[in-house]
Design a protein around this ligand. Sequence first.
Ligand code: ADP
Length: 398
Amino acid sequence: MKILAVNAGSSSLKFRLYEMPEEKVLMKGMFERIGYPGSGYSIRIGEEKHQEEVPLKDHGEAVSLLIEELLKYGLIETLDDIKAVGHRIVHGGNKYSKSVPVTPRVVQELEDICDLAPLHNPAHLMGIRAFQEHMPDSLMVVCFDTAFHQTMDEATYLYSVPYEWYTKYDVRKYGFHGLSHHYVTEKMKEELGKEKVNLIICHIGNGASITAVRDSKCIDTSMGFTPNAGIMMGTRSGDIDYSMISYVMKKTGMNIADIDRILNFEAGLEGIAGMNDLRDLDRAFEAKESKAVLAFDMYTTRIMEYIAKYYMKLDGKVDAICFTAGGGENDNIIRREVIHKLKPLGVLLDEEKNDETLVRKGREGVITLPESTIPVYVVATDEELMIARDTYQLVTKE
Ligand code: ADP
């Protein structure tokens, strides 16, 4: 059965076509700069690659073109061959703790919570509508980045602010990257041969979050009401003392939109070292550039602090610490520094294994010594596969 996994952003649309349940990727690609000059797409079918610049007015045009391409390469004979489309949704608010089929009520509820994710949810809705128009008979499924974190308890997800901010305005910790944290949890269940696993998962991409998992369920996560909470990131500040905001506004004359932009796009590694890509940071760190050394220390210390905090929350019963996403999978230098900082917990790095274990070279697995109190794993995350699995499950249940 063919299932399409879709991730629609405000001006992009990424997709993967799967043969399920074999989990084989038949085609993958991305439409970019939708609605802007210079729009186009790139697709990959096995080793074949196609790339083209074409005007794309909106998501509807991107979807039409995607369908043409699917038919052109003979991956499907008719649109009926695609039984379902799974859509990634950044924010599911308080309502969704798992993936669900799209109904008019679900669409309404997603519209109602657009205020919580003004940059993402409207784009997802555009994507859903575009596919519904072209494929009215296929099942649409929504898979939420917040769903995996819905198992946190009240004491964890509430902020110490007036309680009615929660009851009236839904202000609480939601957590993000849930599809990735969920995928890694499933993978580690297989790897460890246990149904119930206790994990600390470090999703280290440009955006980054750390999650504590007890008995295969999320009990805490570093991102919060928005993705700009928790550890320092590529361009996001992570946790800060909010009082500096009004102070800096007074000092500089900036407004709240300026501050919001800076804390999301000009802070984090970018703010300290003037670079947000971990590859650049590593190079500058190894060349001992002072700002990069400082940013590197701040970054790895904050990751260590969350791991230590979650170790305590898990009563010291941790089956594995996992590193995933672009940085976690490929950045042996960041991993090395974080793991060195975990020495007081008895976590001991195998330097050679760490240097060899790079997902970009097709290698995953353990990077600690056998005598390490907690093993550290490198796991290649796969959010699209998580979407395809959930979608397949729902379509076969219908
Ligand atoms: P996002 O989806 O948040 O953009 P990704 O999971 O794609 O994040 O990860 C992007 C991050 O991964 C970037 O900071 C990038 O530098 C880092 N990264 C990618 N490849 C490597 C590599 N070979 N070595 C070190 N870091 C890498």
